[in-house]
Design a protein around this ligand. Structure first.
Ligand code: RIB
Length: 309
């Protein structure tokens, strides 16, 4: 069984429904406001747990974040290493428009309070069997990567949101890099999308890569194995956490020894189910529903991979 320790961000998502995103200098009214559990870290923990992995979540919950703990708990995530702080939790202000697209403003809050002592304690408790997952929404990401590798664990990073800090991380210790085309091009320092994978393979020979391409699908490589997939023609309500769902399902399947094409197939179904409902963690589908949609063809026919731009 896949075993994942996620040093993951935990956010309270304030989700505003709008007909179109607010523009500079503009004031506008939203149609609704909902608070959801989110954070790339929390969403990915929920996705991997629902996909069937054993998931431990490490992170710091603030004075206002009890619902984040409850959400992970109800999904069977191991919370023995969670800590609490009197400061406010991380949060995100999310606008969702009529096309289901979003734009997100983050405040780090307690996601920025990790310490090196804490990282060492958590790694000791988890042991040396499994994979450590990080995103770029917490502090000390580089230290987590370095220490996890030194402890004999595999390491995966979802380098999102992309910023300058990523260039300081020891990416040579990363076993799985999960990025979209903008993040991938930035890390590989490429101008053409079709150069991303070969450039990364040359620079980081032991790194496996999952490159997501939005509506064009995804492509991945693991050593000499590679696979690609398109997307299903479903009605999009809210894309929030679709990438996190994809990642959680894909990683769980890949760690369980599935072929890359099987892992992509299940992850594609899961994220297609995710975009059909509002919210972040709550829109991640359960494994049985994902398998059923794959087996019955309930989502229609999966399109061809959309190619490079
Ligand atoms: O990937 C979606 C997530 O990004 C949201 O839940 C939000 O909290 C931000 O971290």
């Amino acid at each position: 069984m896949a075993r994942i320790l996620n040093f993951g961000s935990l956010n309270l998502d304030q989700v505003y429904r709008v007909d179109a995103f607010v523009q500079p200098g503009e004031t506008k009214s939203s149609r609704s406001l909902e608070t959801h559990c989110g954070g790339k870290g929390l969403n990915q923990s929920v996705a991997a747990a629902r996909a069937g992995a054993e998931v431990w979540h490490a992170g710091i919950i603030g004075c206002d974040g009890e619902m984040l703990y409850d959400k992970l708990n109800e999904n069977g995530v191991n919370l023995s290493q969670i800590e609490r702080s009197a400061a406010v939790s991380g949060h995100a202000i999310i606008q969702v428009d009529d096309k289901g697209q979003n734009c997100i403003l983050l405040y780090g809050g307690t996601n920025q309070e990790l310490t090196e002592d804490y990282i060492d304690r958590v790694l000791k408790a988890f042991g040396s069997d499994g994979l450590v997952l990080v995103q770029n929404e917490t502090n000390l990401v580089g230290s987590v990567i370095e220490r996890a590798h030194a402890a004999g664990l595999q390491v995966a990073i979802n380098a999102a949101p992309m910023d300058e800090k990523v260039f300081s991380y020891p990416l040579e210790f990363v076993d799985w890099l999960i990025v979209n085309e903008i993040e991938g091009a930035s890390i590989a320092k490429c101008t053409r999308e079709d150069e991303i994978l070969p450039t990364l393979a040359k620079r980081y020979p032991k790194m496996n890569v999952l490159l997501t391409l939005g509506k064009r699908g995804a492509i991945c490589m693991r050593g000499s194995e590679s696979a690609k997939s398109g997307i299903y023609p479903v009605k999009v309500v809210d894309t929030t956490a679709a990438g996190d769902t994809f990642l959680g399902y894909f990683l769980t399947e890949a760690l369980d020894g599935k072929s890359l094409s099987d892992a992509l197939a299940l992850a594609t179904v899961a994220s297609s189910l995710c975009v059909q409902s509002m919210g972040a963690a709550d829109s991640v589908p359960q494994r049985k529903d994902t398998l059923s949609a794959l087996e019955t063809g309930a989502l229609g026919v999966c399109g061809e991979w959309g190619g490079w731009r």
